[in-house]
Design a protein around this ligand. Structure first.
Ligand SMILES: [Zn+2]
Length: 297
């Protein structure tokens, strides 16, 4: 299979429109590489492609990915969109796909509920084009093509939902990751852009050659330190890279050859080329994902 990182930044992108932190300033003046918002594309045959999440930058991301360009008029190689959750940065792009002949969305019951009765994105999209929702059940393998399949991994956050009227913090499937398997090559890749607890990932990474994982913040209190916000990474449902029990420590124990950070927030100092934090990540043998990075497995 081929996995392409369409966007490696967290919500807001890099630079974020209203931010003048050191990273966002560097991304504007050309001393750091700009990044679009979090999403990947997966294919096992270079013919049908599957997106995981539809970011607000999906149009730009598809333009930059030749495999996703339309063929024969308005036929498109886009097979379906698999959702990890109902966050705006992962689902707003669904609105931009409304010109299609139809959109197939794979979502857990919790994500579908938020997209219908919370943000209303699915309800709105259905007014523009046919929408098929395929239920995602964590732990149950699902075939996308003859060779490509996925198994969703439930990744509980404990975070109170923004739309409390739709569900509660403990509902299963509010955040999932995906383990992709290619039967023809035997390759396995795991994508988990939102991780609050590494325990469910241990089994899911068994036999995987690559893990694309949550690199949102370096420090748990990064946004507070920089005066950019009041929430810690943990408050937002993410484990930070640094510190005891942090992502770098957990990644060192995972039996995966290649570990790539994605969903990197613009506040994260690893986005600055010469930062000590970036050196710490590189020394740990962990890759910092970039837009357009492709992985074969
Ligand atoms: Zn910033």
């Amino acid at each position: 299979m081929r996995v392409r990182v369409l966007g490696s930044a967290a919500g807001g992108g890099f630079p974020q429109w209203n931010c003048s932190c050191a990273g966002c300033t560097a991304a504007r003046d050309g001393s750091a590489t700009p990044r679009t918002q979090s999403s990947i594309a997966v294919t096992a045959d270079d013919d049908r492609w599957f997106l995981v999440n539809a970011s607000p930058d999906v149009r730009q991301q598809m333009t930059a990915c030749p495999g996703l360009h339309p063929r024969d008029g308005r036929a498109t190689p886009l097979g379906a969109i698999l959702l990890t959750d109902a966050e705006i940065d992962h689902t707003l792009g669904l609105m931009l796909l409304r010109e299609g002949r139809g959109v197939t969305v794979h979502a857990t019951a919790a994500t579908e509920a938020t997209l219908r009765r919370g943000t209303g994105f699915l309800t709105t999209l259905e007014r523009y084009c046919p929408v098929e929702v395929v239920p995602v059940e964590p732990g149950v393998p699902h075939a996308l093509t003859a060779d490509l399949s996925y198994t969703a991994i439930d990744l509980p956050t404990g975070k109170e939902p923004r739309f409390a009227e739709v569900g509660s913090a403990d509902d299963p499937g509010r955040v999932v990751g995906y383990r992709f398997h290619d039967r023809r090559t035997g390759g396995t890749v795991v994508y988990a852009p939102g991780v609050a607890d590494f325990a469910p990932l241990l089994d899911a990474c068994d036999g995987a050659s690559c893990l694309l994982v949550d690199g949102t913040t370096f420090h748990d209190d990064e946004l507070v330190r920089l005066g950019l916000g009041t929430k810690t990474a943990r408050d937002m449902g993410h484990v930070s890279l640094d510190g005891p029990g942090g992502t770098l420590e957990r990644l060192a124990t995972l039996p995966v050859e290649r570990r790539v950070l994605v969903h990197i927030n613009n506040s994260n100092p690893i986005l600055l080329e010469d930062s000590p934090e970036r050196a710490v990540v590189e020394k740990a043998g962990v890759e910092i994902g970039t837009d357009e990075l492709e992985i074969e497995a």
